[in-house]
Design a protein around this ligand. Structure first.
Ligand SMILES: *[C@@H]1O[C@H](CO)[C@@H](O)[C@H](O)[C@H]1NC(C)=O
Ligand SMILES: *[C@@H]1O[C@H](CO)[C@@H](O)[C@H](O)[C@H]1NC(C)=O
Ligand SMILES: *[C@@H]1O[C@H](CO)[C@@H](O)[C@H](O)[C@H]1NC(C)=O
Ligand SMILES: *[C@@H]1O[C@H](CO)[C@@H](O)[C@H](O)[C@H]1NC(C)=O
Length: 331
């Protein structure tokens, strides 16, 4: 009885398959479609190896796609701007470039609203702030800040001009007149130049390049302007050319400001001479309308604090560096 139950257990119990013998059985299909598909798959793998890996990518054995980049920028040029009630003033790089030390994000002033002689005190809120409008004193509870406004309500409703009444505020007075000129005040900025010095280092290959020509001629960078075919090693760009390359007109962008993306693309092959490793520049419009406020402070002879408020509109250049270095297969 024992061998019988063992055999039964082996046939249908948990050990089923232990003593089975398996062998692969080939099925030859004389189906043309299946055969063709099979060969096509084989051809595809071979084609990928030969075509893509060896030819299209030239059999590169190694790449470095993460350069370390350093960007130094400098704006040059001068413009005379006529300001309402303040006459003509000359603007040079120290006035229109922010931050002054350059870097990969740089702002160029093209238009502005100047409010001179502001001091802390009380004055009517600007009628351009909806929360500052009023018809009676009860609309201006004392101590309440004006939402999106310029100060804190004093509790009085006063005449702004003969037609408009606004809450009196405590703040920097008089408030800014937000009427913008119809033409950019720094129209000459179209002829300003932006110098971009970019060095890249590919750590994997210890390979470095700079976009500026290595020259001992001190006048080279004082006289050249970038041109993709004539002077690709002169990284000095005219502002108007950059704005136009981004598909905009300078006059439109300069009025309310905007943001231009400058893309520097390195694509170098260690197979070829290092001199052929030149970056490509491309420009794109990232955003329309760009402004911010800044102020400079001074004291009068009575040691009273004043400021000149500037609302600056202009072009923000945002420079990004991308690239790769390819190392070919030996031989
Ligand atoms: C009063 O100021 C408002 C807003 O600036 C303006 O629209 C309006 O024309 C001014 N009225 C007069 C009489 O100047
Ligand atoms: C604001 O400036 C405009 C343009 O110069 C002027 O016409 C207007 O009277 C000014 N408004 C005030 C309240 O000063
Ligand atoms: C910019 O320079 C060009 C020629 O170099 C000149 O025709 C143009 O008037 C200048 N633009 C301004 C706003 O001065
Ligand atoms: C990288 O290259 C420079 C010269 O191009 C050399 O002085 C330096 O020692 C190299 N660094 C490494 C880690 O190989």
């Amino acid at each position: 009885a024992v061998p019988q139950s063992l055999a039964a257990a082996m046939a249908g119990g948990p050990c089923r398959g232990l003593l089975d013998y398996k062998t692969a059985k080939f099925a030859l299909t004389r189906n043309r479609r299946v055969g063709l598909l099979h060969r096509l798959l084989q051809l595809g793998v071979l084609g990928y190896l030969l075509g893509w890996v060896l030819l299209a990518r030239k059999g590169y054995q190694d790449t470095d796609r993460a350069p370390r980049a350093a960007v130094v920028t400098k704006l040059k040029g001068a413009a005379a701007a006529e300001v309402r009630g303040a006459g003509r003033r000359l603007w040079d790089a120290a006035d229109y470039a922010r931050p002054p030390q350059g870097g990969n994000v740089l702002f160029l002033v093209t238009n502005f609203i100047a409010t001179a002689g502001q001091a802390q005190g009380t004055c009517p809120e600007s009628p351009s702030v909806p929360a500052g409008m009023c018809t009676e004193d009860a609309d201006c509870p004392m101590g309440e800040p004006v939402v999106h406004g310029n100060g804190i309500k004093t509790g009085k409703c006063v005449m702004f001009n003969t037609t408009h009444s606004t809450c009196e505020i405590y703040g920097w007075c008089p408030v800014e007149n937000n009427t913008l000129s119809r033409k950019p005040l720094l129209a000459e900025a179209e002829n300003f130049t932006l110098f971009i010095r970019n060095t890249v280092h590919f750590t994997k290959f210890n390979f470095s390049r700079c976009n500026a020509l290595q020259t001992n001629d001190p006048y080279y960078f004082k006289s050249c302007t970038y041109d993709p075919s004539l002077s690709p090693s002169c990284p000095i760009f005219r502002v108007r050319d950059m704005v136009e390359a981004a598909g905009e007109t300078f006059g439109d962008l300069a009025l309310l400001g905007g943001s231009i993306g400058v893309r520097i693309e390195w694509d170098c092959d260690l197979d070829r001479p290092a001199a052929q490793c030149q970056p490509q520049y491309s420009f794109s419009l990232q955003d329309r309308k760009y402004n911010f406020r800044t102020a400079s402070y001074y004291w009068d002879s009575q040691r009273r604090l004043y400021r000149t408020l500037l609302k600056l509109y202009g072009i923000r250049f945002d420079i990004s560096v991308h690239g790769q270095v390819l190392l070919p297969l030996p031989g």
